[in-house]
Ligand binder design. Structure first.
Ligand SMILES: *Cc1c(COP(=O)(O)O)cnc(C)c1O
Length: 407
């Protein structure tokens, strides 16, 4: 008799987006003429930069001719892309990362979800609350938690991100081995300073722990004092893995390209206490389970680093950040506390009532869809997230309706 992995049975069904969809559908059915504006999505809405499209087309044409056709590429990604990343995303910022420490993949979701399989099932895991659910659910699947009770999985260390700590969690007061951090943050849009990030790096070094740093939103940083990469922090090469993605920075959510950085010094330990480097283990996993990102997609990603590509991505991000500024200004004018917008495409709003109650109010009175904060964790209760991923026109219209609904 085949038995299943019973850890999967512990998973809480994620009702968040299906609940939202149901409520929106019911509202639309009752008000067929009402035009609903969605500020709830975490997906980009603008077309790929023209430089990426041109490179994508050229690469597709190469695939049409035997002499330039390419079959399987290197599992870790083509050197042209890995070298461009090392140079532009790291060395240019004073972070010592080399091309062979970069693994190209089809998404930061898969990478942040898969990385945990390199570590012991006994690893003590620290996860922020509120959180991008991938970190949490993949550790539940792997059996690193107990049952779900009272809004949380037993056996995990939750890192509360609240108004009290300005949405940057404090160091845990019990020992942990594996630490997930995401800055600029989804869902809160909060950021971490170099000094705060240094306390985490120092903690990891002192405790032989490892930081998994999700920097999917680094391109939205406007405050030049903030770290774009954890490797801008001294000592991070030994204790941190970083995840990046072209999804939000260049509009690749439907095109699929991302990468993971594993410095050669980065290590964990075997049961005899011997240091084991992570780079060769991840390389082994990657080559065993993955056959590389498609050649045209890697060429499209490479074009992000051309002069035109850089300017076009910057314009794309500025457009979303200007939306975020408009949302923040409106929220402030309506006397709500909020965080985000400054260096992220999200605004995290303290709604002074239940998350879902506020969601229903915005939907029914303004025809605007937000994301209830409670869907991201216990600490998200009493908050909603508004996303800047929409057209200027829709954002302006939505904010006007919200002002009227709350007047
Ligand atoms: C969008 C997002 C990603 C990117 O995921 P992809 O699989 O590369 O599209 C990673 N982390 C967070 C927190 C995100 O919000």
């Amino acid at each position: 008799m085949l038995k299943i992995n019973e850890h999967y049975l512990k998973l809480q069904a994620s009702y968040l987006f299906s609940d939202i969809a149901k409520r929106v559908a019911a509202f639309q059915h009752a008000h067929p003429d009402k035009n609903i504006i969605r500020l709830g999505i975490g997906d980009v809405t603008k077309a790929l930069p023209p430089a990426c499209i041109a490179a994508f087309h050229r690469a597709v044409d190469e695939m049409a001719v035997d002499s330039s056709f390419r079959g399987y590429g290197p599992e870790q990604g083509y050197a042209f892309l890995r070298e461009a990343i090392a140079q532009h995303d790291f060395q240019a910022r004073g972070a010592e990362i080399s091309a062979d420490e970069i693994f190209i993949s089809d998404g930061a979701k898969c990478d942040t979800g898969n990385i945990q399989e390199l570590f012991s099932s006994e690893a003590r895991v620290a996860i922020p609350d509120p959180v991008y659910p991938v970190y949490l659910d993949t550790n539940v699947m792997a059996g690193r938690t107990g049952a779900f009770a009272d809004g949380r999985y037993q056996g995990l260390v939750y890192l509360d991100s609240t108004a009290e700590n300005n949405y940057v969690p404090k160091l845990p007061n019990e020992p942990v081995d594996l630490i997930y951090l995401c800055f600029p943050n989804n869902p809160t849009g909060s950021t971490i300073s170099k000094a705060e990030l240094k306390t985490w790096v120092d903690y990891a070094k002192a405790n032989k722990a490892l930081i998994l740093f999700d920097a999917a939103y680094e391109a939205f940083i406007r405050d030049e004092s903030l770290p774009h990469s954890i490797y801008e922090i001294e000592g991070a090469r030994e204790v941190a893995i970083e995840f990046r993605s072209y999804s939000k920075s260049a509009g690749f959510t439907g095109t699929r390209c991302a990468y993971t950085v594993i410095p050669k010094e980065c290590a964990a330990y075997d049961s005899a206490g011997n240091k084991q480097f992570i780079h060769p283990l991840w390389n082994r996993r990657h080559c065993t389970k993955f056959n590389g990102v498609s050649y045209p997609v890697q060429r499209a990603a490479e074009a992000v680093y051309s002069d035109e590509g850089k300017a076009q991505c910057k314009a794309l991000i500025s457009g979303y950040l200007e939306n975020a500024d408009l949302i923040a200004a409106a929220v402030k004018e309506l006397s709500f506390d909020y965080i985000g917008a400054a260096n992220a495409p999200y605004v995290w709003i303290r709604c002074k009532r239940d998350s879902w109650e506020f969601f229903d109010m915005l939907l029914n009175k303004a025809g605007v869809v937000c994301t209830p904060g409670a869907g991201f964790g216990k600490c998200g209760q009493g908050y909603i997230r508004l996303s800047a991923f929409n057209s200027r026109e829709n954002v302006v219209k939505a904010l006007e309706r919200i002002r009227q609904a709350l007047a």
